[in-house]
Design a protein around this ligand. Sequence first.
Ligand code: UDP
Ligand code: MG
Length: 138
Amino acid sequence: MEKTLSIIKPDAVSKNLTGVINAKFEQAKLRIVAQKRLQLTTTQAEEFYEVHRERAFYSSLCEHMSSGPIVAQVLCGENAIAKNRDLMGATNPANADVGTLRREYGESIERNVVHGSDSPENAALEIGFFFSKLEIIE
Ligand code: UDP
Ligand code: MG
């Protein structure tokens, strides 16, 4: 069993999509083993997205990610990292496969519904950013 960090982004939380997104995860046999609703400060969003600091979209992305509540969660299952990336779809909703979360609910490349870790190393770092061991109940 593998774990990955998922974030339901402010665009999706504000549209009351938390439940439908969680249903997709559960239908795909991913278990939500930790979950919390919170609002990041811009500084915290900048820290989370540190790897993108030099990119043109960085400040706008961090503004968006701190603009309202998010739902951070740990998903657990077989191949959870790749499975979640498949459910999410391509970064740009316009290029995402039909049926993916980003294609169904994404507004733009920035306001694209969900974040998902892209490797085991980043999953461990990103889970640690939001959750302590005590908060993850498998
Ligand atoms: N992003 C953006 N413009 C871009 C590329 C990315 O606003 O041209 C945002 C988008 O919200 C994306 C996040 O930055 O989800 C992180 O980018 P990454 O390339 O890691 O995409 P992801 O792993 O989320 O598919
Ligand atoms: Mg990424």
